[in-house]
Design a protein around this ligand. Structure first.
Ligand SMILES: [Mg+2]
Length: 377
């Protein structure tokens, strides 16, 4: 079977949040999703990333010319061509997001042409291309464990309690809130909100916190001591994820697991970061798409560390479901809401898990008419 990629279309949609949102180091009231459609072989593949709309220009100018006319069933080769084409623009940040969206669309297209779910494509020995990926008998699991994520610093206690209660209703036994409000300048409120979260979830769930790099090393160690007494088990980005030594210091000091990785733009970033964290986070919509996710997940140097999927839960699901040593997938409030608003095919969480689509590809399709009102590019 052969098919060429005949068209690449990209659009951006900006969706207002349902309430002001913020973490330790940023606040926002809208989120932009950049959606790619790749055509070929009578099928259409869909990919997306959460990025500024400038990613549309990167895709139109730098990536689409490389992808057009490529073999629709040789995604990894096209991915290599994209990475070569952006050499002067740089691989990190916006460009990595753009590559991710295109790569995901290409994988979805290939799976739809072959009429297989992506999870089957990646675990079928006949089509699996990454050595070692299906070597672990423990996967693919029936479903991927999710944790509820949000708990923004901009929420009052009523909003926080309501969101936590919803995650419990979805069966989540892990919930994550943001702390380090305003660059760590409201320590008592951080701890009070963590206590509120503990009270709400009780014995039903474990509380995770994410500082988004908002603390100094000294602040993070001090807050970490309190988090340990509160039973918090996950302390994400206690300091900047660029401060590898700082992550190691906090990790040695606190009992909670230290996690980071959401800004890793490629395998090399993950290899540098992994020795300094207890769990490595990967974002399929930032790291270079499914292709780079799978290279990271199967790399022999990373076989000791557990992985966690960061954000964009529905599009990450097939990659997560076929990853050995996956701890969980982040069910991020902002993204799960946008994905449900704009896409058909988002599964409902059952018992704190998400189950991958049985149909071809990743199973998501844009509801173009609904999306049109949010279109910005
Ligand atoms: Mg985070």
């Amino acid at each position: 079977m052969s098919a060429k990629v005949t068209d690449v279309r990209v659009a951006a949609y900006t969706v207002p949040t349902d309430a002001p949102e913020g973490d330790g180091t940023l606040t926002w009231d809208r989120t932009t999703i950049v959606v790619v459609h790749a055509h070929g072989g009578g099928q259409v593949g869909t990919g997306y990333t959460y990025a500024p709309r400038a990613a549309v220009t990167v895709i139109d100018d730098l990536l689409a010319p490389v992808v057009m006319g490529s073999d629709a069933l040789e995604v990894e080769g096209t991915w290599q061509a994209m990475v070569r084409a952006i050499r002067n623009a740089g691989r990190h940040g916006l460009v990595g997001m753009a590559i991710s969206a295109v790569d995901i669309a290409l994988w979805d297209l290939a799976a739809r042409i072959l009429d297989k779910p992506l999870t089957a494509l990646w675990t079928d020995p006949a089509t699996q291309r990454t050595p070692g990926d299906s070597a672990d008998a423990a996967f693919p699991p029936d479903a991927v464990e999710i944790y509820g994520s949000g708990g923004f610093t901009t929420y009052d206690d009523r909003q926080l309690r309501r969101q936590l209660a919803r995650w419990l209703e979805l069966g989540c036994d892990k919930v994550k809130i943001k702390i380090a409000e305003d660059w760590g300048s409201h320590r008592e409120r951080d701890l009070d909100r963590t206590r509120v979260a503990q009270q709400v979830v009780g014995d039903h769930a474990t509380v995770f916190v994410d500082a988004n790099g908002g603390y100094t090393i000294e602040q993070a160690c001090g807050v970490g001591d309190f988090l340990d007494t509160l039973g918090v088990t996950w302390f994400e980005e206690p300091v900047s994820s660029e401060d590898h030594e700082g992550l190691s210091i906090v990790r040695d000091r606190v009992r909670a697991d230290v996690a980071a990785g959401e800004y890793a733009a490629d395998l090399a970033d993950c290899l540098h970061l992994a020795p300094h964290v207890d769990c490595l986070q990967i974002d399929a919509t930032r790291c270079g798409g499914y292709t780079e996710w799978r290279r990271i997940a199967s790399h022999p140097t990373l076989t000791e560390i557990e992985l966690s999927g960061h954000c964009a839960p529905h599009i990450t699901l097939p990659a997560a479901a076929t990853t050995a040593r996956l701890r969980h997938l982040e069910y991020f409030h902002d993204h799960e809401r946008i994905e449900r608003l704009l896409f058909d095919g988002c599964p409902d969480p059952v018992g704190g898990t998400l189950r991958s689509a049985d149909g071809p590809g990743h199973g998501l399709t844009l509801r173009a008419t609904d999306a049109e009102g949010y279109r910005v590019a």
